[in-house]
Design a protein around this ligand. Sequence first.
Ligand code: IVH
Length: 669
Amino acid sequence: MERQNALDRIKFLRNELHRHNYLYYVKAQPEISDYDYDLLLRELIELERQYPEFDDPNSPSRRVGSDISKEFIQVRHRYPMLSLANAYSFGELADFDSRIRKALPEPYEYVCELKFDGVAIGLTYKGGKLVQAVTRGDGTAGDDVTANVRTIRTIPLELHGHDFPDEFEIRGEIFMPRQVFEELNREREEIGETPFANPRNAAAGTLKLLNSAEVARRKLDCILYFLLGENLPTDYHYQNMLKAKEWGFRVSEHMTLCNNLTEVQKFIEHWDHARKKLPFDTDGVVVKVNSYRQQNLLGLTAKTPRWAVAFKYKPERVSTELLSVDFQVGRTGAVTPVANLRLVKLAGTTVKRASLHNADQIQLLDIRIGDWVFVEKGGEIIPKIVGVDQSKRSLFSKPVDFPIVCPECGTSLVRPEGEARHFCPNQYGCPPQIKGRIEHFISRKALNIDGLGEETVALLYDNNLIRDAADLYTLTREQLLQLERFAEKSADNAIKSIEKSKAVPFARVLYGIGIRYVGETTAKKLAQHFRSIDSIASATMEQLMEVEDVGERIALSIIEFFSNEINRELIQKFKASGVQLSVRDEEIAIISDKLKGLTVVISGTFSRISREELKDLITRHGGKNVSSISSSTSLLVAGENMGPAKLEKATKLGVKIISEDEFFDLIEQ
Ligand code: IVH
């Protein structure tokens, strides 16, 4: 390459990599796969090696991204958190092996493990107890996420046995099982949140939540693969991992000892296929020299150990023709472009549709109808288009025109600031939005009206029998029987299940009403706190934000909802229908009077229950929950990360401070 061209390319690559770093680490919304990112980075490193005169200390090749965020306390790693060199082919793997063979004058063994696609974590144990959990950060220091990590069930808080070192660190990967990820995204879409792109991003996003009760709900998992410390039980990685398993850690159950490169290759080939059946994502195989003595002989380079390598699987990718693009409108009005493809086989399934994300993505990849596009199935569930085969571009390809008006109702689309998606603002007139809201209302976690379904809702809507969810309660058997779909029995069943839904508790009704950003958990907490729809409707911003998890965005959305005349009318219709719009007395029944006469303040976050549940328990055991400490406070229940100001005030006033466990002892005595 000519010098000037090389410089141009280097500049281009640096810019691109900076941008992708930002998208990945700060926004958690990457545009390209890790694999493609690695390819760009490699190309840059190679060019910088050929042209050292273009060196730049700020080049993305010089630093690893950082996941540090200012909400957490930063902790220096006692041992730097290195990453691994990658191999993308058996040739590169053979190079790795021959470097080892040259450096070691004696036989050696490899340990092959799966490479888990999640977030790296370092766990420190002292005296057999978990004391700290820190993210990779920039490799030198990371975020202290101990409170969140404690919620992960497979991470032991106390170890079994007694042959573990008094102090050691164990590292591994925190991930979100695919099924949990799918469920979480379904929920996010239902309440109008942008879904996570893949399980890895979902795990990263979850680990950085400030509320550990919410982290607990999201069911992360963790597999450990690296032990560090002074007095480790053996001098071998494999044997130490087996020990770690005895102490109660989840270690990689597929870890295998290999005597030579052929065995390593066999492991890699086997898992290229078999990994797809695992309940979590993996993106390669890590090959490590087993003996610590040999690892020390081999040593480290600046960023990676010489004794290990990560073999990366190629994401499965095929190319096919893009026939057309549909624009789908969801319940929240979000418009999603969906590609219709010429049928193609990918990762064992036939693909005919693929996600195109949003308008920016279409422009960025310069995708045209009639193009041959690359389709990939990475960690994502729905295959996605990752690029265009420019060599096959036809003269007749046509640009994809993102619509300016809603394809369903003709209203001009809007794109809110900071959103990548376009929305149809015609909430109350756009059919898929109206039908979507009714479908949400009858869904299992909401009113659970199982005699109806998506198609029935469409049919009822198209026949002008319903215009909103409250209309369901005025439907008659006769009206249903006029429709082709219904016979006597199915009509009776539908009416019965509508009737039955009147007993569904208020929290689920509130969720079913479908206020943007109010998910199942938030609805429960709002219901517990305010007890009725009327108190929620008349609450101020500040009052709404007193509820755990309710920040400005959710509070605003609730205020906006109730300030709309159409919604207020809907609530009136619900009142007439007989659904539960307040918490029933049985639900707030008194359990005991153990806290009678006591004024209780809670502070921090709790591991066994949420703050709202704790407040509820205080009331139901006869106590009075107040938000600030004064001389009349009888008890302070202190959770994790309690505010220092509260602690100081409580100590000064001589208020009795108890832990979460002590609180439970008190009410369970
Ligand atoms: S060993 C010094 N083993 O992949 C070596 N890492 O790309 C420490 N990873 O930083 C890492 N699965 O976050 C190791 N079985 C495994 C792994 C693994 C996933 C992650 C880890 C590492 C990164 C390197």
